[in-house]
Structures are given as structure tokens and as C-alpha cells.
Design a protein around this ligand. Structure first.
Ligand code: SF4
Ligand code: FES
Length: 280
């Protein structure tokens, strides 16, 4: 414990039991190991694991980086749901037992560390980038309305929680999964993109979007409000409407004209004279 009556320099409000999944590829089967952890107000499950690692068991393996729900590395199965450990406060779980397991639907490398390679390979296979025939050098024009068509889906941090929650992934490991398909929609809906045909061909393959049964578990698990289930249904709509000729594809957004003459807006004062002469 960091100090008598304190943890991480703050008052302890209770003690909970962490029951943590342990697994080593070097030998021995998987098991659950228990640790008593003092909790302060606002303490996250990730900080609970730090406490265990720093004070009780330095061999515990888990993945994290940013500690602020940005990097997507700390996904775990916490008290029966896929969550980010750094975003989950222990007191908000309203339980004296905190059970922490690795994310389902992934192979376990060690303790709480899943192998995310299949998840990222599927993401890559759906070409999550702007595809164009030309090679623009300047900015591409896009209106606020065009941005809003995909913005929500661009908030994905690739944490893999949706993939862990998906019942279709659980029964069919070939299925692309919610994250990859949501990102396929994110780029298909981007007015700067010209890759509709090639990306949709992959998305509509047997492992693709028609496998989604719209269980919605992915959207419930998503910590960033991306709503991958919605993206997949919109992608299905795209596939049907365009193929049946009910929607026309637009050419990708044009390049913005180069600024040749800068004009100062009215009322904006002139800049102060330079403090260093240009000759120096
Ligand atoms: S869609 Fe949500 S849950 Fe899935 S990887 Fe992206 S941020 Fe994580
Ligand atoms: S540590 Fe980065 S999302 Fe949790």
C-alpha cells in the first residue's frame, strides 16, 4: 500500500477483491488469482491493476498506454462486459468483486493480453483509407454536411471491444466483425473517396456485411459512441441502393484551387513589423 490509510496518495474508501485471469504460454492452464485492493474515489480498474503489479505481484501482464480512453490498448472483460480498464471506475461497478479477464473472441497471449492481429488484419483488408485514381497535392474540398456523413464513425480508437462483444464473431472467426465493416462505411461515405467498388467488393464477400445479424452488442460495448451496428446497416443500404440503381455514386471531391493571391479580410489589422531583418 502506498501509505497508511491511503492509496496513490488519497484516502481509501473501501477494499475490493480483484479476481484476475492468469495464463502463461510457458506452462500451466488458465486460472483466476485473487488480490485485495484498496480503492480511492475515482480509481479505475487500470489503476487497480497497477496497484497489484506495483505492490502484490509484478508478474501480472496487461496492456495500456494513454490512460485516457484514447489509445484503445486497455480493453478487458470486466465484470462480464468488454470495457476499457482506464475508463471504468471501480466504485461505479457497485461490487466488492472485480473480475478481470482478457477480451473474448481473441487468442490470449498472456494473463490479460489478447492477440489483436486478426482484428487488425480484417481492418486492413477493408482498405481503411482514401482511395483515388488521381494524386492530389493540395487540399480536397469537403462541406460540413459531407463531413457529418462519416464523422461519428471516424471516432473509432480500434480498441476491439465491439469485436469482443459480437456474437457473430464468436461463432464465425472468418467474419470481418463490426469494427472493420464500420470503417468500410466510414471511408465509403467520405466524399473525398473514390474506392466504392473495390471496397464494397470485399465488404460484400461471404465473410462480410451480410453476416451481421444486427444484434447490436457492438454498439453497446463501444466506448466512443461510434455505433458500428448502425454503420453496417448503412453499408448494407449502400450496397443495395447503388447496385439497384436507386443511388448514384458521385465522383470524389475535387482538389481545392491553389491560393495565388492572399487577401486580408476587412477590419483585420496589419501585422507588426518583423523584429529580425530578413538579411540576417
Ligand atoms: S467501433 Fe468502438 S468498440 Fe469498436 S474498435 Fe472502434 S472504438 Fe472500439
Ligand atoms: S490506456 Fe489508452 S485507452 Fe485505456
Amino acid at each position: 500500500m502506498a501509505g497508511e490509510g491511503k492509496v496513490f496518495g488519497e484516502e481509501i474508501v473501501k477494499e475490493v477483491l480483484f479476481r484476475v485471469h492468469r495464463f502463461s504460454p510457458d506452462g500451466g492452464g488458465a486460472r483466476m488469482q485473487e488480490y485485495r485492493v484498496p480503492v480511492r474515489r475515482g480509481m479505475t480498474v487500470l489503476e487497480g491493476l497497477h496497484y497489484i503489479r506495483d505492490n502484490l505481484d509484478a508478474t501480472l501482464s496487461y496492456r495500456f498506454s494513454c490512460r485516457m480512453a484514447i489509445c484503445g490498448s486497455c480493453g478487458m472483460f470486466i465484470n462480464g462486459l468488454p470495457r476499457l480498464a482506464c475508463q471504468t471506475q471501480i466504485l461505479e461497478l457497485e461490487s466488492d468483486l472485480i473480475e478481470v479477464k482478457p477480451l473474448p473472441n481473441y487468442r490470449v497471449i498472456k494473463d490479460l493480453v489478447p492477440d489483436l492481429s486478426p482484428f487488425f488484419e480484417k481492418h486492413r483488408s477493408l482498405m481503411p483509407y482514401i482511395i483515388r485514381q488521381d494524386e492530389p497535392e493540395g487540399e480536397l474540398l469537403q462541406s460540413p454536411e459531407e463531413l457529418n456523413a462519416y464523422l461519428q464513425f471516424a471516432y473509432c480508437i480500434k480498441c476491439g471491444l465491439c469485436y469482443a462483444a459480437c456474437p457473430t464473431v464468436a461463432t464465425d472467426e472468418e467474419y470481418f466483425g463490426p469494427q472493420a465493416l464500420a470503417q468500410a462505411f466510414r471511408y465509403t461515405a467520405d466524399s473525398r473517396d473514390g474506392g466504392w467498388e473495390v471496397r464494397m467488393e470485399v465488404a460484400c464477400s461471404p465473410e462480410g456485411l451480410w453476416h451481421c445479424h444486427f444484434a447490436g452488442a457492438c454498439s453497446e460495448a463501444c466506448p466512443k459512441g461510434v455505433d458500428p451496428a448502425l454503420a453496417i446497416q448503412l453499408l448494407k443500404g449502400e450496397a443495395v441502393f447503388v447496385r439497384w440503381g436507386l443511388k448514384r455514386l458521385h465522383p470524389p471531391a475535387p482538389e481545392a484551387p491553389k491560393v495565388t493571391e492572399g487577401k486580408r479580410r476587412e477590419g483585420i489589422p496589419e501585422p507588426p513589423p518583423p523584429t529580425v531583418s530578413k538579411e540576417e
